[in-house]
Design a protein around this ligand. Sequence first.
Ligand SMILES: [Fe+2]
Length: 481
Amino acid sequence: MGAHRPDEPTWIEPIHNPYLHGIYAPTLYETHATDLEVEGELPSDLFGAFVRNGPNSVFAPKNLYHWFDGDGMVHAVYFRDGRASYRSRLVRTEGLSDEERHGGSIWPGIMGPFDFSLPRGPIKDTANTDLIFHNGQLLALWYLCGAPHRIDPHTLDTLGIEDFGGKLRTTVSAHPKVDPRTGELVYFTLSDDAPFMRYGVVSADGELAHEIPIELPGPRSPHDLTITENHSIVHDFPLFHDSEILRKSGHRVTRFHRDLPSRFGVVARRGSADSVRWFEFEPGYVLHMVNAWEDGDWITMDGCFQPDPTIVRRAEEGELASMLGYLRIRAHLHRWRMNLATGEAREEPLDDLNVEFCLPDTDLYGARTRYSYHQHLPPDMDTVDFRALVKYDHESGRCQRFDYPAGHYGGESPFARRAGATAEDDGYITSFVSDESGRSQCWVFSALDITKGPIAKVELPTRVPIGFHAKWIPGGRLWKQ
Ligand SMILES: [Fe+2]
């Protein structure tokens, strides 16, 4: 497990769980530093903030620890005039406040056992998964559907829970989409009770404007949704848990039902519940889609498809085998097409490299995109191992790849469009890169050619544990006059 580092909590030491040590170890530090040292030269037109969420457990786990259990922590690198600053802050959820008062963990994590008698439900809403910039603020979101936590994008202080004009009556999943044309926020949420999903639209100024039930055949666990100019696409995959087993045993047992199709439901942006049109495809699972767009009667949607999401357990991993197996993601870039006039459904793989944590230029969500930026994960990895940055050209099928040096690990890498950009990929890619010694940097690539490696490396004052989702906030939106 290595020597103890001063930024790590001492309670991790006796716990044999790879997601609590090394590059995954939680940090005790909440940090602010300006005028960071830079190796290379930061482009003077790199203007905005690179923000990332991720798990960072404050207290020792009550039972087995799953990587998805940690308290949310937001890390941000701000770029302006060729200089960079950094800040990190925990997301101050109500559950974390309860535990601070209690002096330790209250909730077991997602490996259970689920205790339905606990306050606020059987699992803590950690808000650790995703970050969305909408209506001038950041929202921290949880993949199991929770309260959208409002985060000040400058101070990273948790401001409270967003209720969208007092109208939000449900939780919200990770991965809502902000329509760059209208400013609307489009979201879904899940429930173990019928209708099992709800779908909603929040206006650009933060008022819940539309909300409908989406009837699914049972409790499901989709993770993402996509938008086009006029439609939204919700997901129903045959990888799900049995809510009766969960209620009786306290354990969420997820199974892949390979006899059932993958289904995508297309609904007009503010369409009615009875207008959802379902399209069927090969069984499998998708954590993250790249984007979707309209082309005449066709909707095209690209994403990272897992045709066999069966959890491969290694006996020697004992009680952690389910978590470790689930996290060994096997996904490739895939395209689904749906014809709204004929009902025709087509699909095809676009490549076979194992990739996930994909992002296009998010200012083009809902519009045709040619490029996307992914992380390559070796399919036989022991733990989630962001080994290479991959740029796909969805039109030619070609990809560029930059392998992080040995012992260095990246993370989700958003695209920052360059001021005056003349092409879709005319901009920068930012990524946290951490090494095994505890050093973390923020690397900046030219998106035009990532194979040349980073053009600048920003030295961070503290270690950034490997985490989940990242976004780019353009400076013009962040620093409004
Ligand atoms: Fe996600």
